[in-house]
Design a protein around this ligand. Sequence first.
Ligand SMILES: [Fe+2]
Length: 324
Amino acid sequence: MTVKIFDTPEVQDFLNTVSGFDQAGGNERAKQIMHRLLSDLFRLMDDYDVSAEEFWSAVSVLNALGNGTQFGLLAPGLGFDHYLDMRMDAADRERGLLGGTPRTIEGPLYVAGAPEAEGFARMDDGKDQDGETMWLTGQVRDVDGNPVPGAKVEIWHANSKGGYSFFDPTQSEYNLRRSIVTDAEGRYTARSIIPSGYGCPPDSPTQQVLDLLGRHGQRPAHIHYFISAPGHKHLTTQINLAGDPYTFDDFAFATREELVVPANRIEDPAEIARRELDGPFSEVVFDVELAKTDAPELQHRHARPRAKEDEQDQHSQLAGTAKV
Ligand SMILES: [Fe+2]
């Protein structure tokens, strides 16, 4: 038996009451958004004849996601992070802020306060024996092709097992996290290790939701970036390494054509010696183009909870099995 009650005055009055419309206190925007959200969900329950059993199993999944601090992992899987990017891209187009390397999702695993270096940094602590040596380098330029010296290039990535320092307690502090200031030619260089792709934990509530959609929870090998310089738009982006089976099938929807970069294996002894390495390595070149802007609010990353970004330790909010 299907019942339809959403449009009745009783339900509409009830939604107004639940959303606090008859109360003086609270936040007006929160009331409006909650009213819309509940209205959409109530209507959905009518349209799909959602049973009490289905509703309470959804509550269980939400509780499990919260317990495992996995909302930050499911959000990109359900496309929210990419949708925010699409909206910011559209806003940039409306402002006439064109050009530059495309943005893509940040993910939940940035940690503020990584060691800073000028021009060059070694990012790995040398303990990951399975990691192929990576020589990661590039030039930061403006949209007219001029080098941007003094740009801050923040890089973070996973180890050969797909884990991130801070969230993975087996790694040393700030392993595979560095902040590199570009040299006089706008160049940055890092010695590190090739990261591995990874998947959502198979028995996690995030994977449970993806399973219902018939989807995998795998990400390709990737490297995260924040790039900023005065007078330029802050860029949040990441590169996906070419050739990974998931390069164009990322569960988090971070891949963009312009951000797929090859890792070129180099075995020439002269090239190895020039970089003072002890064996063959893979070189990854990622040049970055920054759009210009005078608007101060566009020159900084947007606010969100990030590990160690303020005095309050947010480890408990951010830790867990989240890997994006
Ligand atoms: Fe990641």
